[in-house]
Design a binder for this molecule. Structure first.
Ligand code: M3P
Ligand code: FE
Length: 311
C-alpha cells in the first residue's frame, strides 16, 4: 500500500518513578541506546533498527504511566491536513513547538475520548543506525546488548469511549481496523487493534472505566527465538513477568508481557500477521479472547492481570 498521511508509531513518553532505575532497565536490560537528555531531565532512547533520533522518552514522575504516544506523518502538508481534519471532526488540537523534544519538529497534540494524549509530527532528525545506510552490515554488537528489540512497535491503551476512538482513527487519521473483540454477549467492540500500515497493528485499545491508562508499550523482536532469549535475560535480571513466552491468537504474535521497575508493562513481540485496509477485520468474541486463545494461545484462558493491571 502506498504510505501517506500517518506513517508509523514515532515515540512514547513513559513516566517512571526512579529515573536511574528506569534508565538502568531500558538501556542495560531492554538494550535501548541512550540518545540524549534534555534540560528538564528527560532521557531519550531508541532501538537498534530505528533510524530517527529516538522512540522512547523517560520522564521522572510520582506516578507511572504514559504521557503521550506519537505517530510520524509523511510531511508538513500531511500534518497540517490532519490537524484541520481533526478540528473539523470536533477535536481540540494544540501545537507543541519544535525543539520541545530533542531533535523533533513541531507536534500536533490532541486528547482522544479514551483520555490519552496522541501526537502527530513530521520531522525528527535522521541519525541512521549502526548498520549504515549504504551497503548496511548484517550485524551490530548492539544485537547482543540486552534484549535488543528492533523497534518500538505499538502500544495497548486502556480507557473509555473506545467506539469514539475507533471513529477518530478510521475516519480522520486513515487507520484501518485489523481485529476486534466484542464484549460478553454483545456485538459492542470492547477492544480494537488498529493499523496505519500493514503491520499486525500500530495501536490498540481496550475499554476501561479509568481514562488515559497504559497497558503496555511493545518492542518488536526479529523472531520467537529472540523472544525466548528475552525471557532468559528477564530471568537473569529479576524482571517481573506477567504472561509468556506464548503466542497471542489475536495478531498471532509471539509475546512476553513483563513490567519495568516502575510497574509499566512492556511487551517483547515477534512475527504477527499482516493487515490490509480492504480486508474485513477479524472478530473475536469475549470467550475467544480468553478460552479461545486470543490473549494466550498456550494456556487458552483469560489472565486476571490483563484486565486489571494498568498504569
Ligand atoms: C498484541 C498486544 C491480545 C492480543 C494482543 C496482541 C491481548 O500485540 O496488543 O499485546 O489478545
Ligand atoms: Fe502488544
Amino acid at each position: 500500500m502506498a504510505m501517506t498521511g500517518v506513517l508509523r508509531p514515532g515515540h512514547v513518553q513513559i513516566r517512571v518513578m526512579d529515573l536511574d532505575a528506569a534508565v538502568g532497565f531500558y538501556r542495560d536490560v531492554l538494550g535501548l541506546e541512550e540518545m540524549g537528555r534534555d534540560a528538564s531531565g528527560r532521557v531519550y532512547l531508541r532501538a537498534w533498527d530505528e533510524r530517527d533520533h529516538h522512540s522512547v522518552i523517560l520522564r521522572a514522575a510520582d506516578q507511572a504511566g504514559m504521557d503521550f504516544f506519537a505517530f510520524k506523518v509523511a510531511d508538513e502538508h500531511s500534518l497540517n491536513k490532519l490537524e484541520a481534519d481533526l478540528r473539523d471532526f470536533g477535536i481540540k488540537t494544540e501545537r507543541i513547538p519544535a525543539g520541545d523534544l530533542l531533535e523533533t519538529g513541531e507536534r500536533v497534540r490532541f486528547e482522544i475520548p479514551s483520555g490519552h494524549q496522541i501526537e502527530l509530527y513530521a520531522k525528527k532528525t535522521f541519525v541512521g543506525s549502526d548498520l549504515g545506510q549504504k551497503d548496511p552490515k548484517p550485524y551490530s554488537k548492539r544485537f547482543d546488548q540486552g534484549i535488543a528489540p528492533m523497534r518500538m512497535d505499538h502500544a495497548l491503551l486502556y480507557g473509555p469511549n473506545v467506539d469514539q476512538v475507533l471513529e477518530i482513527f478510521t475516519k480522520v487519521l486513515g487507520f484501518h481496523l485489523a481485529e476486534f473483540v466484542t464484549l460478553p454477549g454483545t456485538d459492542i467492540k470492547g477492544a480494537l487493534w488498529l493499523c496505519c500500515s500493514n503491520k499486525a497493528h500500530d495501536i490498540a485499545f481496550v475499554v476501561h472505566p479509568e481514562p488515559g491508562k497504559l497497558h503496555h508499550v511493545s518492542f518488536y523482536m526479529e523472531s520467537i527465538d529472540r523472544v525466548f532469549r528475552a525471557a532468559d535475560i528477564m530471568a537473569a535480571n529479576d524482571v517481573r513477568v506477567d504472561i509468556g513466552p506464548t503466542r497471542h491468537g489475536i495478531t498471532r504474535g509471539g509475546t512476553i508481557y513483563a513490567w519495568d521497575p516502575s510497574g509499566n508493562r512492556f511487551e517483547t513481540f515477534s512475527g504477527g500477521n499482516s493487515s490490509y485496509p480492504d480486508l474485513p477485520p477479524i472478530e473475536w468474541s469475549w470467550e475467544g479472547l480468553g478460552e479461545g486463545g486470543g490473549l494466550d494461545v498456550a494456556h487458552r484462558k483469560m489472565h486476571e492481570t490483563f484486565l486489571t493491571v494498568v498504569t
